[in-house]
Unconditional design. Structure first.
Lengths: 779, 156
């Protein structure tokens, strides 16, 4: 019998290969005869291509081929958009793999050079002569939406990709009867995901068989196979996508990109393996960004702080083209979460998706939900200030009461379970909120500026029911699958469709199997990331791998258990309903001494010498799990900052995260997800921001200029939890991957504004750099 | 033009003739095939390419292979000895100091060099010592725990 491991902080089995440098990421792979591709990218944000001269490049040392749109256009289909949000007048601009007549952002692909090594390819890229006629660019979404703005796509007037609305309750009546209305203009600045591993592809096409193998840094190999088949014309059965070790994604490795298709194209043309690996500068210019909202928000309330309604208009910058899942992010994943964990009787939001001459946006950790949480939390702090009621008390007065099996909210969603005030109390007790307020008052007298931000949140994840996916225009399903296979020796292989890339499911999924069937966790191997040997799955994003893939696994394991019971009954000459299971053993009720272990059953099922009539040989089960609802993790985060009165520098002094993702399979991994998520959100509040100048140049084009959080800038985070089971998940679990990011930006921002209360500052643009804070203090 | 380069890498002498412009990180990855060393940024901010050159933590993406001629280099592949993990590797594993693993080789080697200089650092010392290495997954907290744990276990 194996020790119970569900809920224990066992070490990750992923780690031995990662700490020894023996893990294999895409760029670590080189096949015999591999060629190297380098992409020529547009230096202009908006320009007409008058002429491309590749003659010199073609003659350069080591160059095998140079391709432009004239070559690729006849072979590769344009990049598809796969989230067609309904009732939104969606207009999808043509998104060619290589720009044809016009380039539309700095980083747009213009040509590709293939050479014997990457240095030669880069040399030759520099020899391509492109004659551009610069056109005026537009980079701000609200400006791009204004009358008379530069038109980016000839067939899309007003640069409007879509206009989506969500409404519930009578918002006009709410505002008409309000005692107080608070308003704000919020800039959710554009962020650069910055997975530490840049994107890469190795493509091998074998003309003799028509088979294409693609190693790629993807979060969703099966989706890439599906889209790749549509783009290249290689049938899905001949296209194998492998996501080897993937070095973080955070949403930026969901989309399909021209990079992989140019490598694939070259391999198909040349009959040799072709590798393409982006530089960090390319990653910043041409791998998707996140956020980029201009939000006008107003909130109606009574004078005793009860929220009556929320009304907002959002201009969401989409970049020059619509990335794979982009339209769903500022709409479905944002607008439907507008009421958060609160009772908000009426909401109305208009979201305008706008093309700009910038890098396409996509999901970025939290994806729509941080932008909703921030909006609401900002408004509640403004309301607190206006009616002079403590911000925590304002929240208490509006939080939804506890529920354990469904709560319908104003946007039409039904949250699964929640106990928000419990999490709030836990966070406040831990940080000693009252004492903290007293300390704040005391320090202010000494001219020191402490600020406190308290952020309850609820998020939607575990995407999600496929029927809902279809109804909201997602061009795929959102179920997951798992195959559990017992070998004769009792060891287990699990094949999953999801594709973790740092989240640790090789460990947590083994814990699920171990706990349900009593095999040692070390006897279970989780296989993922290769479309030729894993069942279909829709990818790892939206905190869905454990929430949906884990459910598929649990369901498959329970099928195994049923079969094992049936076989045990046959062998012990009992009725199947008389068989009990405990800790890896199957036995007739009341006689545990005569038991069959799961290992014995695995052997007997595999040798199949004596099976009951009609039972198939082997001990294996497959499950496809389509969740009946999303899951809704929640929590409360508290940030404490101090501002240097002389320099404006913000120091994050304390951070408490109380998160509820249901029962935790591995608390160590949950804690790690919270740490990383929180810090990414802190990055948005304090340091990060993609900056384009008016000519459309990405000023923050490398890690020299774009500030992701560093170790020396952060305090330790106190991670606590409450446990509220999801009523519909077979294990009761929810997701935790994005929670930290969803809460922390608002918590830290509100803390800074709170610290600046003596200066009358109630709005600043993120990131809250020392200079911005100092200037605000001088206002 | 090619120049001869002799480097002792993880105890093995590696001799090649290379273009003067070849970056050390590409030398390590492409010639002896030591792909444990990663390229994360090209501008020496992220530290994923950190290796020990004559014992000093060095960002190999901003050094030419020819500049390392005659040196002794330890990469992540050379850290474990006789099939036994270095204490720093053990501590990163025990304290969940990694998620996607891409920054990990550089983090571990930087931390090894840090403890060589300062065997008993405080958590704050460790945070400062790691400011040249970026991680996007962990929020650093468990990396700091891991380095402190390794120090407490006497790692050098």
């Amino acid at each position: 019998m194996a020790a119970k491991v569900f809920g224990s902080a066992i070490r990750r089995r992923e780690d031995p290969r990662l700490i020894t440098g023996t893990a294999t990421y895409t760029d670590d792979l080189t096949l015999p005869g591999t060629l190297h591709a380098v992409i020529l990218r547009s230096p202009h944000a908006h320009a007409r291509i008058k002429r491309i001269d590749t003659a010199k490049a073609r003659k350069a040392d080591g160059v095998v081929a140079v391709y432009t749109a004239a070559d690729t256009d006849a072979v590769l289909k344009p990049m598809p958009c796969a989230w067609l949000i309904p009732n939104s007048e969606l207009k999808i601009a043509a998104y060619p793999q290589l720009a044809k007549d016009v380039v539309r952002y700095v980083g747009d692909c213009v040509a590709v050079v293939v050479a014997e090594n990457r240095y030669q390819a880069q040399d030759a890229v520099d020899l391509i002569d492109v004659d551009y006629e610069p056109l005026p660019p537009v980079v701000n979404p609200q400006t791009a939406a204004a009358t008379g703005a530069v038109q980016i796509h000839a067939d899309i007037p007003g640069n409007q990709a879509f206009h989506w609305t969500v409404a519930g309750g009578d918002v006009d009546a709410a505002f008409a009867k309000a005692d107080v209305i608070v308003r704000d203009r919020i800039i959710q600045q554009r962020l650069i995901p910055t997975a530490m591993e840049p994107r890469a592809t190795l493509a091998r096409y074998v003309a003799a068989t028509g088979e294409l193998t693609v190693w790629n840094t993807t979060q969703n190999p099966h989706i890439l196979r599906f889209l790749g088949s549509l783009i290249t014309g290689v049938p899905e059965d001949k296209l194998r996508v492998i996501a080897p070790e993937v070095g973080g994604g955070f949403g930026s490795k969901i989309a399909a990109y021209p990079g992989e298709f140019l490598a694939i194209f070259a391999s198909m043309k040349l009959g040799r393996p072709v590798k393409w690996t982006e530089t960090r500068r390319e990653n910043y210019q041409a791998t998707t960004h996140g956020r980029d909202h201009v939000q006008d928000v107003e909130l109606a309330a009574t004078k005793d702080g009860k929220v009556l309604g929320l009304r907002c208009t959002v201009w969401a910058g989409m970049g020059a083209y619509l990335s794979t899942a982009a339209p769903g992010i500022p709409t479905i994943l944002h607008g439907l979460m507008l009421s958060g964990p609160y009772n908000v009787p009426a909401v109305k939001e208009d979201v305008y998706g706008i093309y700009t001459n910038t890098t396409p946006v996509e999901a970025y950790r939290g994806a729509g939900r941080p932008e909703a949480t921030f909006m609401l939390e900002r408004m509640l702090d403004k309301l607190s200030d206006k009616v002079q009621i403590d911000p925590v008390e304002i929240r208490r007065r509006n939080l939804l009461p506890p529920f354990d099996n469904g709560c319908a909210v104003v946007t039409g969603l039904s949250y699964d379970s929640g106990n928000y005030e419990n999490a709030l109390n836990k966070a406040l007790d831990h940080i000693k909120y009252k004492d903290l307020r007293a300390e704040q008052a005391r320090l202010r007298k000494e001219g020191r500026y402490l600020g406190i931000g308290v952020c309850p949140y609820v998020e939607i994840c575990g995407l999600g029911p496929s029927q809902v996916a279809g109804a909201v225009g997602f061009q795929g399903g959102l179920w997951e699958s798992a195959i559990v296979r017992f070998h004769p020796s009792g060891k287990v292989h699990v094949f999953i469709g999801a594709s973790p890339h740092g989240q640790g499911e090789e460990t947590t999924f083994a814990q699920i199997v171990s706990d349900e069937l009593g095999v040692s966790v070390d006897d279970v191997k989780i296989v993922h990331g290769d479309t030729d040997n894993t069942p279909m799955g829709w990818g790892t994003y939206g905190s869905r791998t454990t929430a949906v893939g884990g459910a598929a696994l649990a369901t498959a394991v329970r099928k195994i258990k049923d079969k094992a019971k049936a076989l045990t009954a046959h062998l012990l000459e009992a009725a199947p309903e008389d068989i009990d299971y405990k800790d890896g053993s199957f036995f007739v009720k009341g006689t545990p001494a005569r038991a069959k272990s799961i290992q014995e059953i695995a052997l007997l099922a595999n040798v199949a010498w004596n099976l009951p009539a009609g039972m198939e040989a082997g001990l294996e089960a497959t499950s496809f799990y389509d969740p009946p609802n999303f899951v809704y993790p929640f929590g409360v985060h508290v940030a404490v900052v101090e501002i240097d009165g002389d320099t404006g520098e913000v120091q994050l002094k304390r951070y408490v995260a109380v998160d509820d993702c249901g029962p935790q399979i591995n608390p160590m991994i949950v804690e790690g997800q919270v740490h990383g998520g929180v810090v990414q959100g802190v990055g948005q509040a304090l340091w990060e921001g993609a900056v384009y100048d008016d000519s459309g140049q990405l000023v923050t084009g490398s890690l020299l200029d774009y500030a992701i959080p560093r170790a020396d800038l952060l305090p330790d985070i106190d991670v606590l939890s409450t446990v509220t089971k999801s009523p519909h998940h077979p294990l009761g679990v929810k997701g935790i991957g994005e929670a930290g990011t969803i809460a922390s930006t608002a918590a830290v921002y509100n803390a800074v504004i709170d610290a600046l209360e003596p200066f009358g500052v109630d709005n600043m643009t993120m990131p809250l750099t020392a200079e911005r804070v100092w200037r605000a203090m001088q206002r | 033009m090619k120049l001869p380069v002799n480097i002792k890498i993880n105890g093995v002498a590696v001799q090649r003739e290379v273009e003067p412009r070849l970056l050390l990180v590409h030398f390590l990855r492409d010639l002896p095939g030591l792909t444990g060393t990663k390229v994360g940024c090209d501008t020496s901010q992220c530290g994923a390419c950190t290796v020990l050159v004559d014992g000093l933590a060095t960002k190999s993406c901003t050094r030419l292979a020819v500049q390392a001629d005659g040196s002794t280099i330890t990469t992540i592949e050379g850290l474990a000895q006789d099939g036994k993990f270095h204490q720093m590797q053990e501590s990163f594993w025990a304290k969940h100091g990694l998620q996607c693993g891409f920054c990990t080789p550089g983090m571990i080697l930087t931390s090894v060099a840090m403890l060589e200089r300062s065997p008993k650092p405080t958590a704050e010392n460790v945070r400062h010592g790691l400011e040249g290495n970026l991680c996007r997954c962990t929020g650093y907290q468990n990396i700091v725990r891991a380095v402190c744990d390794a120090a407490a276990a006497g790692a050098r």
